[in-house]
Ligand binder design. Structure first.
Ligand code: SF4
Length: 255
């Protein structure tokens, strides 16, 4: 059970977490074998902590660390193709201090944005099990409670979108996930004022095929910045009756 504390102590507990033996074993095996291109790297090989601004009004929520990306570098979306696509967009949208992310020591600073994931350990085939998703949900719940200025969550991929909705149900913001449909650019305002924006994940599978272009992702983060000007959402601590969701407010449409 996650306790109270600061984002720094939360990250320390995430890094020390051993709740998912399959994932911990997989990460260690990846780190042992390495990829030839990273033969001189000492892989991080721990759960990857969240990264960015403690006063963030926008949270970018991903799926999980990449085996040779974050599991190697120890920082979210750093050191693989997904990050190489994401960080230039965050820089262009004014959230990141530089467009390139190569290591934990590259000087990157995020402003107004925090990056996390629904699973903090790299899963085989990028597919966490339902139990692993449940295990890791405690960290998302705590992070959302600690981010008191949060206004917008950009869900990078369907699993992150589902993870946010599950969080909203667990914390009493929603009574049902019915009616929430994942589509790139779709926006939903949750009871309490938090706005969810769905986006395709910047995986190579999506970016190499043109399913997700730089312009599409930039539009999502520019929209997030615009929406983040509003008042912070209510904290998720109090369970209460939830009204029906307001669907696809100013939706960008399905693409
Ligand atoms: S995936 Fe999450 S819950 Fe599972 S071991 Fe990693 S940090 Fe812990």
């Amino acid at each position: 059970m996650a306790g109270t504390g600061t984002l720094a102590s939360l990250n320390a507990r995430i890094v020390a977490c051993e709740l998912c033996p399959r994932l911990r074993t997989h990460c260690t095996e990846v780190a042992r074998l390495r990829r030839r291109a990273y033969a001189d790297w000492e892989y991080w090989d721990r759960p990857v902590p969240s990264f960015g601004d403690a006063k963030a009004r926008v949270l970018a929520l991903g799926l999980a660390p990449g085996a040779h990306g974050s599991n190697r570098t120890g920082r979210m979306f750093t050191g693989d193709g997904s990050g190489d696509f994401l960080y230039p967009v965050l820089h262009a949208a004014g959230f990141a201090s530089q467009p390139t992310a190569t290591s934990r020591d590259d000087g990157m600073k995020l402003n107004g944005l925090r990056i996390s994931a629904v699973v903090h350990c790299a899963p085989p085939g990028n597919k966490p099990t339902p139990e692993e998703l449940r295990n890791c949900s405690r960290w998302l719940d705590e992070e959302m409670r600690l981010l008191t200025g949060l206004r917008v969550v950009v869900c990078l991929g369907r699993i992150a979108f589902d993870g946010l909705l599950a969080h909203a149900v667990r914390t009493g913001k929603l009574t049902t996930r019915a009616g929430f449909v994942f589509a790139h650019g779709a926006e939903y305002e949750l009871p309490g004022g938090l706005i969810a924006i769905a986006s395709y994940h910047p995986s190579l599978q999506n970016t190499n095929t043109g399913k997700l272009t730089r312009a599409m992702l930039l539009k999502v983060f520019q929209r997030a910045r615009q929406l983040a000007q509003g008042p912070p959402a209510e904290p998720a601590e109090q369970k209460r009756a939830a009204p029906m969701p307001k669907h696809s407010r100013n939706s960008h449409g399905n693409r």
